[in-house]
Design a protein around this ligand. Structure first.
Ligand code: SF4
Length: 362
């Protein structure tokens, strides 16, 4: 049993703890309950309260239990506890940096690339990640039912035969129960040209008990289903999260990881290398490392692309190719994700050193 769990949630049984519904129901959503639980006076209560008034607070008990020190230097704390820095008056970043709102042919369906679209099936998450580029939606959730939301999406996808892949995202789609997810997957599967379903969810990281045998059975029925999650720090890879990923893999669902490069959290080559090696150990493919989007409320998480390139170059020289994600910058429109690590200075120098090899190839 998790030590922090017994001290934080004294009235919860192990059965409660392992039940994702209990986890979701017992999310910490207010400063008072956070202070009551962690009982620390070192929290910046005024800062948390001011930031949470703009970008709401939600942390489910399991993710809260991963915090080792109640301070912004803790990688889990920094990802989930609101900070005054989120509402800095000098933050002039746009709310919607990827201009997703202007690529919605029907509400909540983002169509940026011809062959795939992203269905935002909810605005809610088990834990709100402070670096989220969709944090603009937290305080104005769309209360339209999933059924009503899907109706227009289905009509649009059906009328656009070039769409072969649908990304089911949010918010976090795994806040829905298995029945709702089954309805969602089965309706998409009925559209003849939809070949691939992809789920984007942080559940394996923040609420791994959501990955149950029953959920895996549902997902298995609609394969090919690809699963993308977001581990950002080695401290998030626990026995529970490894078990969740393994269950998905055993159901034939490939699991890939899309980290975000976050200042003070994973922007050192040692930490990033540990994260990538640990992901490889649990057979999760490091797919993308996103340069943090210039979204309002996230400026304090951003590094310079140059620092990211240098870090990735150090890692490239020390890690197996299987561990290496593509370091990318997402840009608005259909230009998509621009690889940042392909032409670092070090690579150019390496290329020059081996020029004779390339000459021979010509
Ligand atoms: S789980 Fe995803 S959508 Fe939800 S807050 Fe975190 S990054 Fe944003």
């Amino acid at each position: 049993m998790n030590k922090t769990f017994t001290s934080l949630f004294k009235n919860a049984s192990i059965k409660d703890w392992q039940d994702w519904r209990w986890q979701f129901k017992n999310r910490v959503t207010g400063l008072e309950s956070l202070v009551k639980l962690v009982g620390k006076t070192c929290l910046d209560k005024a800062g948390i309260s001011a930031a949470a008034a703009v970008y709401p607070l939600a942390i489910n008990p399991y993710y809260l239990s991963l915090i080792e020190s109640y301070h912004e230097s803790d990688p889990v704390f920094a990802q989930c506890v609101p900070s005054l820095r989120e509402i800095s008056s000098s933050d002039s970043m746009p709310e919607d940096p990827l201009q997703e709102d202007s690529h919605m042919p029907v509400p909540k369906l983002i169509h940026r690339y011809p062959d795939r679209c992203l269905a935002m099936v909810t605005e809610t998450c088990a834990t709100y990640c402070r670096h989220c580029n969709r944090k603009r939606f937290w305080s104005r959730p769309n209360h339209v039912s999933l059924k009503a939301r899907l109706q227009k999406m289905m009509v649009y996808i059906t009328a656009n035969p070039q769409i072969r892949e649908v990304i089911i995202s949010g918010g976090d789609p795994l806040i829905f129960d298995d029945n709702a997810l089954e309805k969602l997957l089965s309706s998409l599967k009925l559209i003849p040209h939809v070949e691939i379903l992809r789920i984007g969810s942080r559940a394996p990281v923040v609420m791994p008990m959501r990955i149950t045998k029953d959920l895996c059975k549902v997902l298995k029925r609609y394969r090919p289903v690809w699963f993308n999650t977001q581990f950002n720090h080695p401290a998030e890879i626990t026995k529970e999260s490894a078990r969740a990923c393994n269950m998905l893999q055993e159901a034939g669902i490939p699991v890939s990881n899309q980290s975000v490069l976050l200042k003070g959290i994973n922007d050192s080559s040692d930490i990033m290398k540990d994260l990538l090696n640990d992901l490889q150990k649990i057979s999760v493919r490091p797919y993308y490392l996103f340069h943090c989007d210039p979204a309002r409320g996230c400026a304090h998480f951003r590094t310079s692309p140059k620092a990211g390139v240098v870090m990735m170059e150090t890692i490239r020289q020390q890690c197996s190719g299987l561990c290496l994600p593509q370091y990318v910058l997402d840009v608005p429109g259909s230009a998509g994700k621009i690889p940042l690590n392909v032409m670092s200075k070090a690579i150019k120098t390496d290329l020059k050193k081996h020029q004779h090899f390339f000459d021979k190839l010509q």
